[in-house]
Design a protein around this ligand. Sequence first.
Ligand SMILES: *Cc1c(COP(=O)(O)O)cnc(C)c1O
Length: 355
Amino acid sequence: MYQAVFSGKLSGNGMFTKKCQNFFQERYGFKKCLLTTSGTDALEMAAMLCNLKPGDEVIVPSYTFVSTALAFLREGAKIIFADSQEHNPNLDADQLEFLITPKTKVIVPVHYAGVACDMDKIMDVANRHNILVVEDAAQAIDSYYKGRPLGSIGHLGAFSFHETKNITAGGEGGLLVINDDRFIRRSEILWEKGTNRTEYFRGEVNKYGWVDMGSSFLPAEINAAFLWAQLEHLDEIQNKRKQLWNKYYELLSNNHSANYTLPELPDYATNNAHMFYLVFNSLEERTQMIQKLKDAGYLAVFHYLSLHSSPYYKDKHNGCSLSNCDRFADCLLRLPMFYELTIEDVEKICSIIKG
Ligand SMILES: *Cc1c(COP(=O)(O)O)cnc(C)c1O
């Protein structure tokens, strides 16, 4: 970060931005990477690239963060909410076919807790119906589907480097991944406020100007430098998180009187230890556990409220009940998971849960 400050170049698209983008391209084989100021921004850029017309439909899981839906709603899309699987908060790929209409333009799978959606099934449905796929990989850095990095499978992918994610760009940050050549040129223009400045910097044109839509999606060099420092320690960060995750799993799986289930990892998915959660049998049991942990000084929190019944969207939703999603909204509990957490903390938390 001192380097970023003393280099005299603080605005975006400098040395650290390029270092981070190259890192992701090389490590994960992403075709083209653009750092953004947030995961939300990366989703908004992806939505703009999809070139939607009013009335176009976009399929989004209801169990996700607001931005997954909002980015597409801002582009005039109608959001069609999909339910979760029975034992996994990710969207149910077997139900997709029933949600598709001639107006469906995009499917947005969210890799909840960094665990992959069934991408072969999703890409197969999408390709048969000529639909784009934008992976919301906000939680999914360094996680894989059948050996392929998440974010590299759909036409576009979005990551978040918010402070709550595995790695952060100093509080807020994100990454747009472009895997389809058709979107590369336009993505650079949207990123640079609707100008072809990136082409000018590369010497491809002798002046730059206003050529399209866009916004200021690129982060300052300070944030890129912060992210670079995290990338230099990515394996160390990931190993630590996986140790904590495995400890939770080991201690909480041998509990015969458990009133919860543990996260399910499909054969095709890896675990990037973004989150450790339990799914309780009822809302009451989850509420009791939150209180029990709070009394012992530990903060465990629930997660998303179903977007299809949110105050902002419930009147626009088609009325379908999404019961798996509602159950995760009521019963899922996230246990503390961050780099500074210790194995002793995990042991204490588990003994409270089992006690
Ligand atoms: C964190 C998150 C986002 C938003 O990322 P920000 O960087 O906070 O804008 C979007 N989708 C999902 C699934 C997330 O977890």
